[in-house]
Design a protein around this ligand. Structure first.
Ligand code: ADP
Ligand code: TYD
Length: 229
């Protein structure tokens, strides 16, 4: 990854990818990173939970399906502890250097999963965001929404495949359908509340078609941002 992006000011550009498990976030994030780097931008790719040494340890605790009896509020606190570490160690420094940060999940995930799925409500999550993340909000959020059953099935298949050789990360995918329905509903609520930041992308299409739509969106945002007032 090269030096600072050619067209960006001292603060970089913060893009988050959101959506239910298996909606195609990681696939699209990787493809966007390749596209932006080919254009000469300096790109930092990260994910939550995880993305730092400490965060990876928190990720194991949160995602391992052998973790039992984790209280919902403790889960919420761990998600934000991970995020605070990632902001301090990775995201803020990269943005201060004028780089583009692509982050697989951020606070919208907490609002959807802990606020919606676990039914802790949006207010607790948004208040915690203010305390733990200050004024750091994404410049753009790409929300991938695919057919509910299909994306969950994709995620479960992928996790079974990975669990055979790698980490066991199926704790959330094992939640019941009602949990995942609440997650989707909350995502839709966030999109309606913040249309300027959140772009809803239809995920039930070929990977290349979705990629082209995301590229057009991001290129346009970067172009408008780089233009002088
Ligand atoms: P997420 O990061 O949202 O959980 P992934 O990008 O890991 O999703 O995709 C989950 C699985 O679905 C992967 O096996 C991936 O190859 C596949 N996949 C991703 N996008 C699509 C798509 N548009 N159509 C069909 N399969 C897809
Ligand atoms: P991940 O592998 O990133 O998701 P995916 O299956 O979409 O590739 O796993 C992260 C899991 O953690 C996912 O099920 C969503 C959940 N999560 C929360 O519940 N709250 C959060 O704040 C975050 C960041 C993730």
């Amino acid at each position: 990854m090269s030096a600072a992006s050619p067209h960006l000011s001292s603060r970089g550009f913060f893009v988050t990818f959101e959506g239910p498990d298996g909606s195609g976030k990681s696939t699209q994030l990787r493809k966007l990173a390749v596209h932006l780097e080919a254009q000469g931008h300096s790109v930092v790719v990260t994910r939550q939970p995880g993305g730092t040494h400490l965060g990876d340890r928190i990720r194991t605790l949160l995602l391992d399906s052998r973790t039992e009896n984790l209280a919902p509020m403790a889960e919420l606190g761990l998600m934000f502890s991970d995020r605070a570490q990632a902001i301090a160690e990775v995201i803020r420094p990269a943005l201060d250097q004028g780089r583009i940060v692509l982050c697989d999940r951020f606070t919208d995930s907490t609002e959807a999963y802990q606020g919606g799925g676990r039914q802790l409500g949006s207010e607790a999550v948004l208040r915690m965001h203010q305390v733990m993340c200050g004024d750091l909000n994404p410049d753009l959020t790409i929300l991938l929404l695919a057919d509910f059953d299909r994306s969950l099935a994709r995620a479960r298949r992928r996790n079974d495949r990975v669990a055979a050789t790698g980490p066991n990360e199926g704790r959330f995918e094992r939640e019941d359908l009602e949990f995942h329905r609440r997650v989707c509903l909350k995502y839709r609520e966030i999109a309606v509340r913040e249309p300027g930041r959140v772009a809803v992308i239809e995920g039930d299409r070929p990977i290349e078609t979705i990629h082209r739509q995301i590229v057009a969106l991001v290129d346009e945002k970067l172009r408008t941002r780089a233009s002088p007032c």
